[in-house]
Design a protein around this ligand. Sequence first.
Ligand SMILES: Cc1ncc(COP(=O)(O)O)c(C=O)c1O
Length: 485
Amino acid sequence: MTEPLIFEISSPGRVGASLPELDVPEAEIPAEWVRDDLALPEVAEVDVVRHFVRLSQMNYGVDVGFYPLGSCTMKYNPKVNEVAARLPGFAHIHPLQDPDTVQGAMALMYELQRYLAEIGGFAAVTLQPSAGAHGELTGVLIMRKYLYDRGETQRTKILVPDSAHGTNPASTTMSGLEVVEIPSDDRGNVDLEALKAHLDDTVVGLMLTNPNTLGLFDEHLLEVTRLVHEAGGLVYGDGANFNAILGICKPGEMGFDVLHYNLHKTFSTPHGGGGPGSGPVGVVEELAPYLPGPIVDQEMTDEGPRYVWRTPERSIGRVKSFWGNFGVMIRAYTYIRMLGAEGLRAVAENAVINANYLEARLKDVYPVPYGHRTCMHEFVAQGKIEGAPDVRAVDICKRLIDYGFHPPTMYFPLIVHEALMIEPTETESKDTLDAFVDAMLKIAEEARSDPELLHTAPHNTPVRRLDEVRAARHPVLRYRPQRYE
Ligand SMILES: Cc1ncc(COP(=O)(O)O)c(C=O)c1O
């Protein structure tokens, strides 16, 4: 850190606020309310402004540069979404208001439920879950309750492919069900023989990401969903990769019974750093009575439509306080309305073209184990460079930071050794993609000629290589200057 932090420039008696002369009598503050042991910095207004602006400049975000973080869909988020989310009529309402006073907000939620149902090919949608993982838990609980209502309480297993995101087994386990891992075949599909071997009357269903985390559309998808249904199970769709198929095909028409949408990925809410997100869940007709409630319903009156809260009759119950993350819903609604049906399809087409362009330009230098067929919106290369045996994916990623790019997702999915999962998204120009390729190819040359440069990267960041495991296990969330220790 080159500049001193705000605590270090604290100077006794310096203040950052100028208050006008008192024009009322000074109040007596009870002594027990006053503390003098608070470690607050004493600084001027300009110090505060410079401190926070400097911190903000240390941040990397999608508004600063290319962010090809596979599986996360770090697309540019149009600013019109922010304008809509800040409209006072939306921003200043309270979740406990009488429904008659928030009909506009409820209409937006109702329309968004309908749009998502249409996009996904589902009968009904709940907007309650606040992230993809939360949607997974909701979906699995719906599947379980539906089957248990039919007396099939012996069904206790969820099949999860080995390419799945870690939240899939985690949310299954949280629901009280057992996870059974299904291997992928050598083309990156669900291994059909392994699937068949596990399908019996103990299976609640299959949790499938399509396209999967290798960026590949399952070539036997219809057969996979048919086999699960024939065994009496249900198919859950992890919709994190919806960006690849938006407006082109509908999961509900391909055999998925339940699916979560990640509004903060596909439908353009800024994310990273933990939220807020939104993971609505869509279901087929038979599962609609099990959705968490309340959802927004429409009643026709003589004065026109009226929006009401309704809890479906066999609901699994609430999964979120109040009505979900409304601000994220406004952004998704605005995004969908701005693009329209054709625009949404163009999103997917461009996301897929961009990923295939990058893959084609990089794969001779960075091997792509499942690269023998067209990828969808992302692909998984390997951080293994010929002639540079000591260089690993992490070194390449750290060096990319020196070139001004956010690194791709690394070491995931687990089935690819030294994985570099690259998702360019549709919002990047060919110029940006070419600049990224240039950096990746330059890094490959450096790896051969001067591997130490990569091992010690990054070189120009405020902090260098961090112990990420320790940071996650023992986070220090509050900076304390030494003089207050
Ligand atoms: C494939 C996949 N599934 C599920 C999730 C979980 O979504 P969320 O982060 O919204 O909980 C992610 C998140 O990155 C993902 O990439």
